[in-house]
Write a protein of this length. Structure first.
Length: 58
C-alpha cells in the first residue's frame, strides 16, 4: 500500500505544473471579469501554485 501511495505522490508531483495551469485557467475564466486583470490572474496562479505544492508535502 505504501508503494502505491508513493507512486500516486510522484505522479501528482510530475503533473503539478499542469494542474496549476489548468486550475488557473479554469478559475480565471469562470470568475466574471477576473481574466481581464493580468495582475489578479498572476496572483491567482501564485496562490494555486502554493496550495498545490503544499498538498504534496509530507
Amino acid at each position: 500500500m505504501r508503494e502505491l501511495v508513493a507512486q500516486v505522490g510522484r505522479k501528482l508531483q510530475e503533473m503539478g505544473p499542469q494542474i496549476v495551469d489548468d486550475m488557473t485557467e479554469l478559475l480565471s475564466t469562470r470568475v466574471l471579469g477576473l481574466d481581464q486583470d493580468p495582475q489578479l490572474v498572476e496572483m491567482l496562479h501564485a496562490s494555486i501554485d502554493g496550495n498545490v505544492w503544499t498538498l504534496g508535502e509530507p
